[in-house]
Design a binder for this molecule. Sequence first.
Ligand SMILES: [Zn+2]
Length: 194
Amino acid sequence: MPKIVPIKILKTMKEEYEILKLGNPILRRTAKEVSKEEILSENIQNLIDDMWNVMEKAGGIGLAAPQIGISIQLAVIKLESSSDRYENLEDSEEFIIFNPELEVINSEKQGFWEGCLSVPGLRGYVKRPKKLKISYLNEKAEKKEVIVEDFLATVFQHELDHLFGYLYVDRLDSTKDLVFEDELVNITKDKILD
Ligand SMILES: [Zn+2]
């Protein structure tokens, strides 16, 4: 596999990461897998820290590397009960996910109003399978498996979609399920995610 992230790119981008928005072609690529050696490199370890910082600053609960212009298979997820933006969330552990594989365990679908830092201002009601098994490598390049369900299952599918060139708008049944977040307040108090 070719080297994926030249050191100089990470260093020049490090000071200020910009969150890419819908329309940027990087969001539509299948991101590259990351080798174990690369995961353990200083570059990628620093990138993980940067991703947590960018996510926290933006008030999100998940972030995928392509959203900051780095087309590799890396996403971070952490649900926070203290979040001002989201109601009724339970704290989750911190997930650092490389090279994920998703297996649907329960294909029955559940819907949530999703948002995305790459699609600012909008929300969409998306129905996705409610229970999955995710296999991935963690930040120590160890193989991990986790069973996710309920809202966390949707968050995983949303974030991992980013690694394969998909956004939640692709998962809408109808464009009628796409609204501005200002209007959503009038429709529902269901959970939303960024
Ligand atoms: Zn997103």
